[in-house]
Structure formats: C-alpha cells, structure tokens
Design a protein. Structure first.
Lengths: 332, 445
C-alpha cells in the first residue's frame, strides 16, 4: 500500500541536522512537509487503494466490495461500522441504478462525509465568556500539545484566554505547559505536582472571571477509561467547574490518537458516560494512520469530530471539516 | 461493544453441542466469528487472514479430543495458534557489554520515558547499575520528566544543556556511564513518526555510534491496524530487538503484539502496566493469548490465590469437595478467603469463562447479597452447617430472624447449596460442568 510520497521529490529532502531553535527551552524538530487535511496534503493512501480497487473501469462486484471492506478495516474503521458503510454505499448505488466503479467510490465517500456531518463534526463555537474547555483522554494521546495548539489558534483569533495545568500527576506535565505558555504568551494557572486538580481548575475559572477572559483551557492527567477511581476524579473536576460557572464546561474534548484501534470506541463511551464528551480532537493524523476509529465513534456514538492535529508545528491544528477530510481520505 | 473471542465462540459451542465432528459449514461460521473478534482486538487484517487460514488447516481432519466439545475444540485450536505466533519463550535482554546500551524508540505518546524509568527499576532489581540518559530534546519538559522520575526511583539521569543535539547527549551519556562504572545505559529518545525521515535518520546515527545491545520499540497496546507498518518501518532502519507493550492495564486486548510479532518476528520483551515505576512485567505469551481470547488470565488468578489463601485450609476444602463432604461451613470459609483476595469482579475476570459473570458477582457483593449469605450461615449452629438437611421450618424461621433476612432468603440459599453440592459431585466424578454455574446460581443469577 502507498504511504509515503516524499521520495518523489528528493530535492526537498529535509536538512541533515535537527536545526536548533532560538527559543531557549526546547529544540525545534526538523521541519517536515505539512500533511493531512486542511494543509497541503500528503494523501492518506486510502484513495490510492480505492482507485486500484475501482480504477479498472469494471463495475463494482461482490469481490470489489470485499476489498473495500478490507481497506476500511485497515483504516481502523472497525468491522461493524465498515459493514454498515459498505451496505449503505451499495444501497445508494442500487437506488441510483448504477454499478460503475467511479459511482461506487463516490457513493462510499458521500456516505462517510454525510455520517460525519450529520453529528455536527467541525462545528465549534466558544459561546458565552468565559468559555471553559476541558481536555480529557487516555495517556499519551497529546492533550498538552493539543491545548498549546488550540491556545495558539484562539489567541491568533483575538480570543483572550488562560490555561489550567490540572494534570498534577504526570512528572513535568506542569513544566511542559509552562514552557508552552511562555512561548505563546498565555498565562498558565498552576499549583504544584500532586495538588488537587479540581482546585487548579477552580482557580483558573475564577481568574478568568475576574480578569474577564474569553476562554479557559483545562489540561487533565491522562487516564485509562477502565480506572473508575480516576474517572470519578475527572467527574469531580467537571462538577467543580459546573458549580462555579453553571452551563460550563461548554466543551469537553476527548483527545483521541489517530493511531488508536477499536479501543477508541471504549474510550469515547466511557469518557462520554463520565464527563459528557462534546467533541473529539483527533491527533497525530500526520502519520500513516487514517483515524478510522473516530469515524466509528462519530457514527455509533454520535460524538462529532471538532479538530484534527496534523503535524508537530504549533499551527498544525485544523478545524475538522467533513468535506475536506473525505477529500483528503480519497485523494490519490 | 467488545465481544470477546471467547464470548463469540461460546455461542458456537452451544450450537455445536452434541456433535461428534466439526463439519466444514460449522467451521466457516466459527472462523467468521474468530475473524471478527481478532479484528475487534486490533489484530492487523493481513495477520488475521493468515491466522484464520492456519486455524482452518489445523481444524480440518482433526478428530475431537475426548472431553472437549466441538466449540471448546476450536477455542483450543485458536489458543494454540495464538501461542505459536506469539512465541513460547520469554525474551531475555542480552546485556553483556560493559556498559550495555538499551535504546528506547517509538511513536509519540507510546510511553517511552515512563518505560525507561520502569526498566531502570527492574534492571537495578536484577543487580545492575543503570544510568538513564535523557535525549528527548524536542518535547517541552521531557528531560524534566525523566529527571523527576530518576529522583523518584533513585537512579541518576544524565542530561546536557538545552540545545545539545541528541547524538551528542547519547555520546556523552555513554562516556558518563563508563566513567561512573554503570553497566547499563538506558537511552530515552524523542517520540517520532516512522515516516519522518529526518527524525529517523537521527536515530540511525545514534544507533551507529552507540551500537546498542538492545533496541526496544515501545508500542501502545491500544494501537490499531497501523502497528505493523510502524514496527516494520522502525525495524527496517534500526536494529530493533524487542517490543514493550505499554498501557496493558487498560482494557485494550493488545492485538498489536500479535500483529507485530507475526509480521516482523520481533519478540515482546515486557508489558507495561500502570503508572507506578514498578509496573513493568516480563511477557508470558500464553497469558496474552488468553487475554486476546477474552478468557481471562487463569495463571494470574492462581498466583493471586496462592498469595492470599491459607493453603492448608484450601487443601482441606478441596479434599472435602472430592469426597463430597463439602458443607456450609466450608463454603463460609471460602467466602472469607475470596474476600481477602481483592475485588471479586476483578478476580472473576481472570477465570476462564467466568468473565461474563464478573459484573454480576461484583454487584452481588456491592448490593450486600454476599453479606446476607454470610449472615445466614453465621446464624446457623455448627451442627446445621454440617448437616443442612436437618434445617426444617422452625430452624429456618430462627435463622432468618437471627440474620435479619426473610425465610425465603434462607430457603433459597439452602436450595442453591444443594445444587452446588450436585455440581461438585460432577467435578469429583471427572465431568466438567460449565464454569460459574454454581456460584452464579448462588448469587441469584
């Protein structure tokens, strides 16, 4: 399968040594070609696969649909959602009374796009100030980095904000946010490691109220969804925010690693049940993963995808657009 | 949502009950279920295809083993195939050089830094003198993280001023290990995408200079279908020697291990469980096979039992069971033993076939049902506990009064105890009833 196209332009080869940055506290990674949806896209590879399945001009048959199923499963869409998608696409073809390969490909793309759009993917509004955005997810999905990226984006749009360092568990999580805060010129409300995360969130919300800020981004410690005690702690953080500011948090973003397989469904289910997830931030889409489990989550649990992380750079965060995502997915 | 392979196969088992042979049609149905379950466990689809083909091969023409019904037979075939792919032996780190270098590599967020610290703890337990080297210069505060972890576990961390290239840190780390008399150096590197050429080049250069004894690819147990491509890419550029599968304390089934092992032949060296620095376990292929199957982890269960149960009392009970002299007194002492072992739901999850009942059992405990059973037994005289058949109406009323329950509760317990004794008769007669029936019935299910 096709997964890297950069060798086609060897003159654009990256620099030999990682270049050092002027910022004192981190080193910049070597700049990569931007990829993924919303930016100059490196194709997902899925489109090439679709072309090779449907490209010969032959009509869609049971055998070709089997191959489509396989390609969807390889994209982590999951067996159940895959079967539903293929059935729906085939039904669409029947209605349109066609069996051409091109139409079949289009039918599948339309199904995917419509299912993503139906649940409200890409619709993100801050609402009444101060708007509180709670970031939740399992360990290592990129919560802290995603907060920095969203902070950068909001700030560029003229939104005044603060960040709450409520991951008081992981070693150096607070330092990581502080460094981002300094680089972005955004204040970070923090206590020490081991402090009550609810108290940190409370302080940040209170600070935002008294300073008249537009938004508060709350970082939380990563936790596996089957650890009930940790999920209870998260629910408590939510309640603390709610009590201080009824109607908030406006957004509870589940940060989901695009590399995740079917466990992503279990994650979305558990976090939704415990803290009412309002949207998904799909990270690490700049690898070879297609993030198909997010499609399954959107379709089966009705949770919209709101943002996509598409690179290491601070500006590599795209609002999730079902149309653009589908285009990227099917691009060759 | 996550129907395990064993749950799916149980359905087939029911359907195949009483058949002497597995027909090809039966097998097709079973293999379809196996395929779906493996895909749900995030086993790579190509690996699944091959796997299912191998199971078919094994199943064809196999006569039934005595004592197993066709469904169980298929479960056994699947289990054996899983173990075969995962490899039977443990992977031991080869750390002969002085100092030996262990290099941790992987995608972002897989858990390299945490695993580096955990590995240091484990190696020190084995009598080694480890040095941690912090070469993740890209992620903000990654170096701080390792330094803090090093403080926690009391292992020195080698760092260099901000702006020092990773290769230079690796080099000076090795020098520091040599001079400090450390026999193993654990190098933490930045997370990187396998398609990021410049970043992969950096690792290749580091590996070229350090010639690591072990290069461990750290993989998140929740990884989906991409796991194979990621592992292949790292393996193609670097001398990867083994895998560490992290976040195994989650509920992901860890199909990535099977996929990567099957596609690259790389052994799984360790499993990471939990956020504490002692959460790194050597890998047992058969246990992961059972987990992928959703069969629970019977060995861990046995270990837990051994740690907590008074072995003499247990042996006595077992003997009584065999001799069919199991009384309410024995049952009462069993309940006490079970409670010592920790949350019952977690325990049941480890027992093959009982995982579906785990929730019900936990509920029974939480709702106080277990307490009621104990109270009822406690309200009996020793004579009554040994010979429940003497408990007639007036004794029943007295026991109910004494335990604060209704006569109906007492009746139910006694009736279920009789059922349980019948089951035990079957056990001792060498017949295997379906697991859980006895306790399940007793807990009102």
């Amino acid at each position: 399968m096709f997964w890297r196209r950069r060798d086609e332009s060897p003159d654009e080869a990256p620099t030999e040594e990682p270049r050092q940055s002027s910022e004192p506290m981190t080193v910049a990674r070597p700049r990569r070609e931007p990829s993924g949806m919303g930016l100059r896209a490196r194709p997902s590879g899925f489109g090439t696969r679709m072309r090779s399945i449907f490209g010969s001009g032959a009509p869609a048959t049971d055998a070709t649909w089997d191959e489509v199923e396989e390609a969807l499963i390889a994209a982590d869409v999951g067996a159940i959602t895959t079967l539903e998608l293929v059935d729906a696409a085939r039904e669409r073809l029947r209605r349109e009374n066609t069996r051409s390969g091109d139409d079949a490909r289009r039918a599948l793309a339309t199904e995917i796009r419509d299912r993503l759009a139906r649940v409200g993917s890409g619709r993100f509004e801050l609402g009444e100030a101060p708007s509180v955005i709670l970031f939740v997810g399992v360990n290592g999905t990129g919560k802290t980095t995603s907060i920095a990226k969203l902070a950068y984006r909001l700030k560029a749009d003229g939104v005044s904000l603060t960040i709450a360092a409520a991951d008081t568990f992981r070693a150096a999580a607070i330092e990581q946010l502080r460094i981002w805060g300094e680089q972005l010129g955004v204040s970070v409300v923090a206590q020490r490691i081991g402090a009550d995360p609810g108290a940190v969130a409370f302080d940040a919300v209170a600070a935002a109220q008294s300073r008249g800020l537009d938004a508060v981004l709350v970082d939380t410690a990563g936790r596996l969804q089957n650890k009930q005690q940790l999920m209870d702690e998260l629910a408590k953080i939510r309640r603390v925010i709610e009590r201080r500011l009824p109607g908030q948090p406006r957004h509870v973003l589940l940060v989901l690693d695009a590399t995740t397989g079917q466990n992503g469904l279990a994650q979305a289910e558990a976090f939704s049940r415990e803290v009412g997830v309002t949207g998904i931030m799909l990270t690490k889409l700049d690898g070879t993963a297609k993030g198909g489990v997010a499609l399954a989550v959107a379709d089966r649990l009705g949770v919209p995808i709101l943002f996509a992380g598409v690179g290491e750079e601070i500006d590599a965060l795209a609002p999730f657009d079902p149309e653009a995502f589908t285009e990227w997915l099917f691009a060759e | 949502m996550f129907e395990s392979l064993s749950a799916r196969l149980q359905g087939i088992t029911e359907r195949l009950r009483g058949k002497a042979r597995i027909t090809e049609a039966d097998l097709d149905v079973a293999l379809r279920e196996i395929r779906l379950a493996l895909l749900e466990a995030d086993v790579n689809f190509k690996v699944v295809k091959e796997f299912v083909a191998r199971v078919r091969e094994r199943a064809m023409g196999t006569d039934l083993l005595t004592g197993l019904n066709p469904g169980q037979q298929i479960v056994k075939l699947v289990h054996d195939q899983l173990v075969e792919v995962l490899g039977a032996k443990r992977h031991h780190l080869t750390l002969d050089a002085r100092p030996s270098v262990v290099m941790m590599v992987g995608l972002q967020g897989a858990g390299k830094t945490t695993t580096a610290a955990k590995l240091a703890v484990r190696l020190r337990k084995d009598g080694r003198k480890p040095l941690l080297v912090a070469a993740d210069v890209y992620r903000p505060a990654a170096v701080d993280q390792l330094v803090q972890l090093g403080d926690q576990i009391g292992v020195e961390v080698h760092t260099r001023p901000m702006g020092t290239p990773a290769l230079e840190i690796a080099r000076s780390g090795l020098e520091a290990a040599r001079q400090g008399g450390r026999d193993v150096m654990i190098l933490d590197t930045a997370g990187r995408l396998h398609v990021d050429e410049a970043m992969m080049d950096e690792l290749v250069r580091i590996a070229g200079v350090l010639t690591p004894s072990e290069t461990l690819l750290v993989v998140d147990a929740m990884t989906g279908q991409e796991s194979v491509r990621v592992a292949e890419a790292f393996h193609a550029r670097l001398p990867v020697t083994g895998l560490v599968l992290t976040k195994m304390d989650g509920d992901a089934r860890g199909g990535a291990a099977l996929s990567i092992r099957s596609a690259t032949g790389l052994p799984v060296a360790f499993l990471g469980t939990g956020e504490r620095t002692d959460g790194l376990e050597p890998f047992h292929p058969d246990r992961l096979a059972q987990r992928i199957l959703g069969m629970g982890d019977i060995l861990s269960f046995v270990e837990r039992v051994q740690e907590n149960v008074d072995s003499e009392a247990a042996e006595k009970t077992a003997q009584r069971m065999m001799e069919n002299r199991f009384t309410l007194e024995d049952f009462r002492s069993q309940l006490t033993q079970i409670k010592k072992m920790g949350p019952i739901g977690q325990l049941m999850g480890m027992i093959p076939g009982a995982s579906q009942m785990a929730g019900a059992a936990q509920e029974a405990v939480d709702s106080g049902q277990m307490k009621r059973i104990e109270a009822i037994i406690d309200s009996m005289t020793p004579e009554e506990r040994r010979r429940p058949d003497i408990i007639k109406a007036s004794r029943r009323r007295r026991i109910a009064l004494g335990s604060g329950t209704a006569t109906a509760d007492v009746n139910r317990l006694l009736k279920q105890f009789v059922e349980m004794q019948k089951l035990m008769k079957m056990f001792s007669g060498g017949k295997l009833p379906r697991m859980g029936g006895g306790l399940g019935a007793l807990l009102g299910r």
